[in-house]
Design a protein around this ligand. Structure first.
Ligand code: V47
Length: 376
């Protein structure tokens, strides 16, 4: 029996379910979001995290590559996308992308995380060649690339099916899909924050298809703008339902909305999310997503300080070294753009956990001074 003191007695039946290993329902999710008893919620989430992973805390050595910020969509939530030929718009030549991929190669990277805008003129072959070229040059690096939104756009551009696009990418070296573009599934919110993006049905269909093809993926949720507690719970439950069917999601990453330089920032009453809200989202996710192996505290978005505390609120993953993050920094993030392995391990150890370097598929990575290998 846990030594849990509740201040909010509405949490009592939820605590009993969690301790008995029972699934929480929609109303439980709303109750958790409405409660201010953060320590009790965190305690329960930590209980689940410890049952799954003990003290193990995952991280990886990765690099973000954003080949273009040119984007035909005008999502109010985004500060990254630019219209073609406007100030700040860029598109990397393939050779440039390959050069950036290999820049400052001081620690062997195990993952490239590749996402970009919806460019109106880049041919589909550019993306295939990007994957193929990276695989040839960096054969040991896992390519986690293209959100469901990008996949849907390439299918629309080429008139190929989503499955065909994914098959072509897989053949060129795609290893898994990142979780971006999910935002909040509720249509009324989506209409305001990302009007031109695919809807929930399509986002989920693309991840389902990826899972059917043997690709793993991650899932995100953007919170802290105009969404309600019910919208967040609906989002989590839709992800949980798909996961029950495919088991293809590895990780869930709650993403805090950063308002600077965005249209949505002007519509939102408050400024940035608070530490309280960030920790609550991590903990509620751990409690609701009982079939997701991992919950990630993305330090770029949370700050290293809050991400470290999130490890006691249900998170078992802190993302990676990242290198050159653009999406959040265009939206005003004050965090550094890179952390070293040593810095990440210090954060984890200081909080009483054991750092566990993983590859994208959560297999252990071992390093010596001169080499890196993944245990399969
Ligand atoms: O889809 C865009 C979000 C996402 C803003 O898969 C914003 O492991 C806050 O998905 N404020 C892209 N959020 C990043 C992403 C991600 C990050 C880390 C790890 C993984 C993973 C995926 O960033 C977008 C959108 O939801 N975003 N603009 C903004 N102003």
């Amino acid at each position: 029996m846990l030594n849990l003191r509740l201040e909010d007695m509405d949490l009592q039946p939820i605590a009993e379910k969690v301790l008995a290993g029972e699934r929480l329902d929609f109303q439980d999710g709303v109750t958790l979001y409405q409660s201010n008893d953060l320590l009790a919620i965190g305690y329960l989430a930590h209980h689940v995290r410890e049952k799954l992973h003990g003290k193990r805390t995952h991280f990886n050595v990765n690099r973000h590559i954003n080949p273009t910020n040119v984007c035909v969509a005008s999502c109010k939530l985004c500060a990254f996308g630019r219209k073609p030929d406007t100030p700040g718009a860029y598109t990397m030549a393939l050779e440039e992308a390959f050069r950036i991929a290999g820049e400052n190669w001081t620690e062997a990277i195990t993952e490239f995380h590749i996402v970009g805008g919806l460019h109106p003129n880049l041919p589909f072959q550019y993306y295939v060649d990007l994957l193929r070229g990276l695989r040839e040059r960096f054969p040991s690096v896992h390519l986690k690339a293209f959100t469901a939104v990008e996949i849907a756009y390439y299918a629309h551009m080429t008139r190929l099916s989503v499955r065909e696009i994914l098959e072509k990418f897989k053949e060129a070296g795609l290893g898994s899909l990142p979780g971006g573009g999910a935002e909040i599934f509720a249509p009324a919110v989506r209409r305001v924050i990302c009007d031109h993006k695919i809807g929930a049905h399509m986002w989920l269909k693309i991840h389902r298809t990826a899972h059917e093809l043997g690709l793993h993926s991650t899932a995100t949720m953007l919170y802290g703008h105009i969404e309600s507690a019910e919208d967040r719970v609906d989002h989590l439950v839709q992800l949980r339902d798909l996961q029950d069917q495919t088991h293809g999601f590895q990780t869930f990453i709650p993403l805090a909305f950063h308002p600077a330089n965005t249209e949505l920032g002007k519509l939102v009453e408050h400024a940035e999310t608070t530490g309280f809200m960030d920790l609550k989202n991590i903990a509620v996710a751990r409690l609701m997503l009982d079939n997701f192996p991992h919950i990630k505290a993305y330090w770029i978005m949370l700050t290293p300080r809050v991400a470290q505390i999130a490890l006691r609120f249900g998170a078992d993953d802190i993302d990676g070294t990242v290198a050159e993050e653009k999406i959040y920094h265009d939206a005003g993030a004050k965090t550094p753009q890179v952390m070293t392995r040593q810095e990440i391990m210090r954060l984890i150890k200081e909080a009483g956990f054991e750092p566990f370097e993983r590859d994208t598929l959560y297999r252990p990575v071992s390093r010596t001074e001169t080499s890196v290998s993944v245990q399969v």
